[in-house]
Design a protein around this ligand. Structure first.
Ligand code: BG6
Length: 478
């Protein structure tokens, strides 16, 4: 369904995110007929560029990041004609009057702050000072949303001086991923899983986001963040919430976000023994972390595994094991729910028995796999074997299952529609930092060093122990 006509101003419009995600994403929606042709996209940044220069930059971004089947020269030219550029001084007065003439009154207005968080306050203030934004305008902000509770509170406060919560769209791009949204569909549109979705029936949950990329090229940001701030406080936390939350009364922004918030508030502090941090070292022909960051003695983790408990009625007694890391053996993100043993076995073949596991593959090869027990075929009596009920979304859904829109495309269209369901609310972000801070402070105070692991491996050995000692095993990363 096409959105309303809009004016979108992208602050940081010449930056990396604009080139890799925002411009290509908008182009794909334009190509798909979801963006009315009267809409305008205005890049705003420090560089002295004119409209033609900005269009040239956008043309290159489309050539590089949009697949060939969607690159139609006529559509590209029509799209580029909707782009313009304003050179702007975020901390001064230059450019703001020009910007004011570009943003139409009466259309949906959105301002994307694709800039360092230290500029959020300046931008918000100037949008009002120059009477560009109004009570209907929306602003979009990106992670990192603070680096601890205190800084997140300060950012929320600065934005709240000029915008209401209903105007603020905090992006966590994991929520824009098709398969992440599918978690809610699987849970709440089927009767099948929900009755079993509790500690009585679920032995444990594993959430894995494994990446093969290194931190090369963004070492200075990453070294100040580490896997806990970069991935766990936001993306992994969102996955955990979607798996653990109670059914919201409606698929509605505050109903969904209220339920997620309750999960975050119910998280127990994590014990030092339930945390394994790792840092990749050279291996399998790939360089080590310390070559990619500025501090040769850095103790930043490029890998983390945690055992997390949720103290509420539904989940008490079911651990959630989380792990994420860079430079691992394979790129794979999945959630695996392992169910408990049946209360009593009527079969003698105890050896053949395995737990039921529901695996939701988020990327790549999006799909679901439910491991169930059946009788092994043949005359050998009642012997049990486990088989997968395997569904790849691409196969099940045909073309619509392979043409998965990029997370940013979906989220930017939601901003224009005014739908905040897939965006983080201020209190949610603060609660997530409230849980994260003591964990980080704990290892900083203890002076813990991350365990080395080889680039291209499955992570540090100690992470295996985290599960072994509970009589459980990580799923293989492949
Ligand atoms: C980003 C992190 O938010 O998410 C990166 O800063 C990480 O470090 C990326 O690589 C992962 O996103 P995706 O969509 O590739 O799984």
């Amino acid at each position: 369904i096409p959105v309303d006509v809009f004016d979108l101003v992208v602050f940081g419009g010449t930056g990396d995110l604009a080139q890799r995600k925002i411009i290509p994403g908008l182009y794909r929606r334009y190509w798909g007929g979801h963006i009315p042709p009267e809409s305008n996209i205005i890049g705003a940044a420090r560089s002295e560029l004119d409209d033609m220069g900005y269009r040239a930059l956008a043309r290159e971004a489309i050539a590089e990041y949009v697949s060939e089947d969607k690159r139609d020269p006529e559509v590209i030219e029509a799209f580029l004609a909707r782009l313009s550029y304003v050179a702007i001084d975020a901390k001064g007065t230059d450019g703001w009057d020009v910007l004011k003439t570009r943003v139409r009154k009466g259309t949906v207005q959105a301002f994307y702050f694709s800039v360092a968080p230290s500029l959020f306050g300046d931008l918000a203030e100037r949008l009002h000072l120059h009477e560009i934004a109004n009570a209907e305008s929306r602003i979009v902000v990106e992670k990192p949303f603070g680096r601890d509770l205190e800084s997140a509170k300060a950012l929320n406060a600065v934005l709240a001086q000029h915008f209401t919560e209903a105007q603020i769209y905090r992006i966590d791009h994991y929520l824009g991923k098709e398969t992440v949204q599918n978690l809610m569909a699987v849970r709440f549109a089927n009767i099948l899983f929900e009755p079993l979705w509790k500690s009585e029936y679920v032995d444990h949950v594993q959430i894995t986001v494994a990446e093969t990329v290194s931190v090369d090229g963004r070492g200075s940001y990453y070294d100040r963040a580490g896997a806990m701030r970069d991935m766990v406080q936001n993306h992994m936390m969102q996955l955990l919430c979607l798996i653990a939350m109670e059914p919201p009364y409606h698929f509605d922004p505050d109903a969904v976000r209220d339920e997620k918030l309750k999960v975050i508030r119910a998280l127990d502090p994590v014990l030092p023994d339930d945390i394994v941090r790792g840092q990749y070292q050279a291996g399998n022909g790939q360089g080590g972390y310390l070559e990619h960051c500025e501090d040769p003695a850095s103790k930043t983790e490029s890998y983390i595994a945690l055992k997390v408990h949720i103290s509420n009625w539904r989940w008490k007694g079911t651990p959630f094991y989380l792990r994420t890391g860079k430079r691992l053996r394979a790129r794979t993100s999945e959630i695996a729910i392992t169910f408990r043993e049946p209360p009593h076995s009527i079969f003698d073949d105890a050896e053949g028995w395995r737990e039921n596991v529901l695996v939701i593959r988020l990327q790549p090869n999006e799909g679901m796999n439910l491991k169930v027990m059946i009788k092994e075929p043949g005359p050998g009596g009642m012997r049990l074997t486990q088989v997968p009920l395997d569904m790849s979304f691409a196969e099940a859904l045909g073309e619509s299952g392979t043409d998965i829109p990029d997370a940013y495309e979906r989220l930017i269209m939601d901003v224009i529609r005014g739908n905040q369901t897939l965006f983080m609310r201020g209190d949610e972000v603060e609660a997530a930092w409230g849980w994260t801070d003591p964990i980080i402070e704990g290892w900083e105070k203890r002076g813990d060093k991350p365990m080395p692991y080889d680039a291209g491996s499955s992570g540090p050995e100690d992470a295996l122990m985290l599960m072994h000692r509970d009589g459980r095993r990580w799923r293989e990363i492949r």
